[in-house]
Design a protein around this ligand. Structure first.
Ligand SMILES: C[S@@+](CC[C@H](N)C(=O)[O-])C[C@H]1O[C@@H](n2cnc3c(N)ncnc32)[C@H](O)[C@@H]1O
Length: 214
């Protein structure tokens, strides 16, 4: 049976995503580095002074930590109190002067500040489909002209696409969501991975960095 090579006694993190067991997920990903899509976006800002970012679906804070380390002022948002509590346990984050947090579901998200970077790693498909269009409009409207989105959309061939409360897109649908952006990274990943019980999950993910038109 395949086990998580990083934490041999725990199942891989995706097992928790299937059931929205976020506290279990936060334990499974503890100590993991920031996401590649965030790092790519930060590289593309290298000629600008860091300003303001939203880390949407921040979870236990792997990307929030990196943004703060690189000098950004961060609004970290998540629906899970456990996520925000775990984020605050990171060294230096409990009273960090550049960090603000907000507990909100994606379905109720409103009144976002305008930011230079909106990072949304592995969280967007968890928005309930009836709310997706309003949610997408809310988050993309928060990005300044010339600002960036970094994160993932999940594809229609992902195993979780058949779960009724998930929002997945075909490649064409995903591209259409970025009609107001230039796509700087749009990497399509499709592969099978086994969980600790030998069950196979198909991942179909679009890894995206995009710059909003001026
Ligand atoms: C798979 S985790 C990703 C966390 C982190 N961004 C990362 O890359 O590891 C998904 C995150 O989205 C949050 N989330 C899921 N559904 C949500 C919803 N409907 N509203 C708000 N947050 C939600 C969860 O609490 C969790 O922190």
């Amino acid at each position: 049976m395949a086990k998580n090579p990083n934490t041999p006694n725990q199942p891989p993190s995706f097992v928790y995503g299937a059931t929205r067991d976020w506290p279990g997920y936060f334990k499974a990903v503890a100590g993991k580095p920031p996401r590649e899509t965030l790092l790519e976006a930060l590289t593309r800002f290298k000629d600008e002074q860091p300003t303001t970012a939203i880390d949407l679906g921040c979870g236990e804070g792997r990307d929030t930590q990196e943004l703060l380390n690189q000098g950004w002022r961060v609004l970290a948002i998540d629906g899970s109190q456990a996520g925000i509590d775990t984020l605050f346990e990171r060294p230096g984050l409990a009273n960090h002067p550049n960090l603000t947090t907000r507990i909100s579901t994606f379905e109720q998200l409103a009144d976002l500040p305008r930011v230079r970077l909106l990072n949304a790693s592995f969280c967007i498909p968890f928005c309930i489909p009836e709310h997706f269009n309003r949610f997408w409009n809310t988050i993309t409207s928060a990005i300044e002209p010339g600002g960036r989105f970094s994160g993932q959309l999940f594809g229609d061939r992902d195993s979780w696409a058949s779960i009724p409360d998930r929002s997945h897109q075909t490649r064409a649908e995903a591209e259409a969501l970025f009609s107001d952006f230039d796509l700087e990274m749009f990497d399509e990943e499709e592969r099978d991975k086994q969980d600790f019980q030998g069950l196979t999950k198909r991942w179909h993910i679009f890894h995206i960095v995009a710059r909003k038109h001026d």
